[in-house]
Design a protein around this ligand. Structure first.
Ligand code: ADP
Ligand code: MG
Length: 261
């Protein structure tokens, strides 16, 4: 029995806040004292860049983890944030779908490697904007899926496709896979449409939708160009406050006990 929590952050739509959530949820959990390992599973490597891992420091990447004999410990590197490590990604990961297509047990490659995750750690997997082999590997490895949803008109439409993939993974390689929850991101409270989307999401999905909504906040979008989570770039910003509050709700859903308790 493993005692780590593995959560895949997935949505096949790009630009909905997956990477921003991976970085800032990871930073907020690390700040609260939990050991966190982020797995950058997107060939764009935005989570790696956003946490200040320069390309020349990405010796071993998630590609080596999936395709080679390298262990999780070989491929993980520290970030500037205490308690937060990352397995970085580079563009060569974009050929993984093709390169790994013939591999034996090709959907279980990540799961096998994550068995070595440190005891008590939280592993967050930042998925690419597709439901291909990489995202399936994440879902096969994960205990649960967290779905960021941008508060805009078509937000709910892509969800059924995502849930179909979750169901297929459950029927095959990972019967224990759950939906952790849905996080509404980039919400603009001055905008009636955002409020309507939030009301619709809560009416349709109920308790699955996290109470905290992440507001659209310019400090959140500036932080990656400073190679930092918004929690370090501007700790008192609205975005930082929202991600801290969300992280507490997330930890509660994982039934984790805060250090001071
Ligand atoms: P994904 O990983 O789903 O493609 P990203 O996390 O990269 O999405 O977010 C897409 C863009 O939106 C990025 O430029 C990011 O900086 C910006 N962004 C994400 N969340 C917020 C937010 N709460 N406020 C402002 N900009 C945001
Ligand atoms: Mg991304």
């Amino acid at each position: 029995m493993s005692d780590h929590n593995i959560v895949a952050i997935a949505n096949q739509k790009g630009g909905v806040g997956k990477t921003t959530t991976a970085i800032n949820l990871g930073a907020a959990l690390a700040e609260a004292g939990y050991p966190v390992l982020l797995v950058d599973l997107d060939p764009q490597g935005n989570a790696s860049t956003g946490l200040g891992i320069d390309s020349d420091k990405r010796d071993l990447t998630v590609y080596d983890l999936l395709a080679g004999q390298h262990s999780l410990q070989d491929c993980a590197v520290a970030t500037s944030i205490e308690n937060l490590g990352i397995v970085p990604a580079t563009p060569d990961l974009s050929s993984a779908d093709v390169d790994l297509a013939q591999a034996q047990d090709r959907t279980r490659l990540l799961r096998r490697k994550l068995e070595a995750a440190p005891s008590g750690s939280i592993v967050l997997i930042d998925c690419p904007p597709a439901l291909g082999l990489l995202t399936v590997n994440a879902m096969v490895a994960a205990d649960a899926v967290l779905v960021p949803l941008q508060a805009e008109f078509y937000a709910l439409e892509g969800l059924s496709q995502l849930l179909t993939t979750v169901r297929e993974v459950r029927q095959t390689a990972n019967p224990a896979l759950r939906i952790n929850g849905v996080l509404l991101t980039m919400s603009d409270y001055r905008n009636n449409l955002a409020q309507q989307v939030e009301a619709d999401a809560r009416a349709t999905l109920g308790e699955l939708v996290y109470p905290t909504v992440i507001p659209r906040n310019v400090r959140v979008s500036e932080a990656p160009s400073h190679a930092k989570p918004v929690l370090s770039y501007d700790p008192s910003s609205k975005g930082s406050a929202a991600y801290r509050q969300f992280a507490a709700e997330f930890a509660a859903r994982l039934k984790l006990v805060p250090e001071e308790a």
